[in-house]
Design a binder for this molecule. Sequence first.
Ligand SMILES: CC(C)(COP(=O)(O)OP(=O)(O)OC[C@H]1O[C@@H](n2cnc3c(N)ncnc32)[C@H](O)[C@@H]1OP(=O)(O)O)[C@@H](O)C(=O)NCCC(=O)NCCS
Length: 196
Amino acid sequence: MRRGRLAHEKVDYATSMSDPPFILETARLGLREFVPEDADALAWVLSDAETMRYYPVLFDRAGVEEWIVRNRRRYTDNGHGLWAMILKSSGGEYTGELIGDCGVTVQRVDGVEELEVGYHLRRDCWRRGYATEGAQACRDWAFKNRNAEHVISLIRPRNEPSRRVAERNGMTLWKEIDWRGLPHCVYRINRPEPVA
Ligand SMILES: CC(C)(COP(=O)(O)OP(=O)(O)OC[C@H]1O[C@@H](n2cnc3c(N)ncnc32)[C@H](O)[C@@H]1OP(=O)(O)O)[C@@H](O)C(=O)NCCC(=O)NCCS
């Protein structure tokens, strides 16, 4: 179980040299498909107990690898999934550093398939607006590329940071449901009206 790195620890978060192309780009981030070589960098996110405190499980190494396989299957089946979040330098160049995931997945809510914007960020990168930046780009991607009527985010009620990201993503609380056996808030934003 990881509690984060020590100040003196040097960690190479960069992943493979032959990364796939970016699907989305924002001022400070690029989003691309995950590849198996991302497992080490992703483990700093999904195997961190504090980052995963609102999830029923903490991912071990095999779990992280399966998570990547599951998302790669989503890319094939749906054309989208949770994507790797890669940081740019202040000069706008890609650093290759993987700091989390953000993307669009299909989730069944009350018997209906919905498009969900999801995000998980490495703990030392919190509170710099990265999740909001990535989530807004994913929301726009879903409206543009999937012609979605609305987009949602499923969030545990006590997960204040995630609720704030949803609100900054223009979403409002739609309903509260039991989802996979746990209480969840469903945040939602409708497709914007076309400008006349
Ligand atoms: C949720 C998460 C992705 C937010 O990432 P982030 O990059 O720190 O978020 P942002 O910097 O874009 O901040 C968005 C808002 O949340 C607020 N926020 C961020 N962290 C917070 C915290 N720990 N406590 C209270 N508010 C917080 C920010 O202040 C900001 O609000 P503001 O607009 O009023 O200033 C990050 O906390 C995380 O990875 N959490 C664990 C995984 C998780 O729960 N994912 C969501 C599953 S539904």
